[in-house]
Design a protein around this ligand. Structure first.
Ligand code: NAP
Length: 309
């Protein structure tokens, strides 16, 4: 068991005993452009310095460019005794590798023998670390689950990953996984979740709670598009924000992690947004707040297919 928490109050305990901050950082689309590289790295460092020491990335994101950005951002941190410095050179905090919780994902097409071992090595090299804290199967593909699970367990035995999980698995996928030898070692299912997309509350989330699988909520700020517009312009969310003297994105993040077993991984390319997101950790929504949000954005009372965008 390890405790990765720095300053955040809301933590999630995984089935293996690891305690991680409920608010982490996503990296999709980060690292794609040289012109925004330094600002994005600074945003990630600001997040880490504010306690968002869990970082989610994937081999798919920019073909390894997001992983390399994370490696650049944490350069000097991801070694024992390394110093975390802000872009202006001030010393923000001293962090050891074991105080960071680094998550990456293998593409389904690489999730079997022998490709997963090469993928994992490349991910470690991109990130500049010796091991991952969590390695996720990005989504279910053609490789049999039993093969992927056996490979994940081998990677643990080799010391290259500490734990593994899945992403974009619906209830029937989780049931299949549970029938595979070793499948019950899955720590996390990373799926889309925010107030405008609550389908998982019908059966997947209860199943995960019954089986000790933590939820890692992706697109916790609804990423983009009309749904995001509806959330960001919602009078109900604005009212809750007014009550707590915070912003609407902060209310959304506080809502995402309200269950105590949910990790949310907002992505930002801007230090000011990252700091705003980290500060959502201080918010405790009341029953009245939750009821108001549920009236505007109710959970469905029937099964809906897993949302992925
Ligand atoms: N497993 C999967 O299949 C899967 C799929 C999607 C995502 N993910 C993971 O989940 C992470 C989060 O999802 P996401 O990146 O799709 O979307 P998201 O975190 O819901 O939203 C990101 C957008 O929100 C903006 N933003 C962030 N903080 C803000 C704030 N305080 N105020 C206003 N705008 C803010 C960002 O813009 P700025 O850069 O301008 O701040 C960006 O445009 C990803 O980065 C990735 O790591 C996983």
């Amino acid at each position: 068991m390890s405790d990765f928490v720095t300053t955040q109050r809301h933590v999630v305990t995984l089935a293996n005993g690891d305690r991680v901050p409920a608010l982490g950082q996503g990296t999709w689309y980060l690292g794609d452009s040289r012109s925004t590289h330094d600002r994005e790295a600074q945003a990630l460092r600001a997040g880490v310095a504010s306690g968002m020491t869990l970082i989610d990335t994937a081999e798919m994101y920019g073909n390894g460019r997001s992983e390399r950005l994370v490696g650049d951002a944490l350069d000097g941190v991801a070694v024992a005794g390394g110093q975390l410095r802000e872009a202006d050179g001030t010393r923000a905090k001293t962090l050891d590798r074991d105080e960071l919780f680094i998550v990456s994902k293998v593409l389904p097409s690489n999730a079997g023998e022998p490709d997963i071992f090469d993928s994992c090595d490349e991910t470690l090299e991109n990130l500049g670390v010796d091991y991952l804290d969590l390695y996720l199967l990005h989504w279910r593909g053609m490789v049999p689950l039993a093969e992927t699970v056996a490979c994940m367990e081998e990677l643990i035995a080799e010391g290259k990953i500490r734990a593994w999980g899945v992403s974009n698995f619906d209830t029937d996928d989780m049931e299949d996984l549970w029938r595979v030898p070793g499948g019950q070692n899955c720590q996390v299912n990373q799926v889309l979740y925010h107030p405008g997309s609550r389908g998982i509350e019908f059966d997947l989330l209860p199943w995960m709670r019954d089986h000790g699988v933590a939820l890692m909520a992706y697109c916790p700020l609804a990423q983009a598009g009309t749904l995001r517009g509806r959330l960001f312009r919602s009078p109900e969310l604005a009212e809750v924000a007014r009550r707590h003297n915070v912003t609407v994105p902060q209310v959304i993040l506080a809502w995402d992690i309200r269950g105590g077993d949910t990790i949310a991984i907002p992505r930002s390319s801007r230090p000011e947004h990252t700091l705003e997101n980290a500060a959502a950790d201080a918010i405790e929504l009341t029953e009245d707040d939750l009821a108001l949000i549920s009236r505007a954005f109710p959970a469905p009372s029937y099964k809906v297919p897993l949302d992925m965008e």
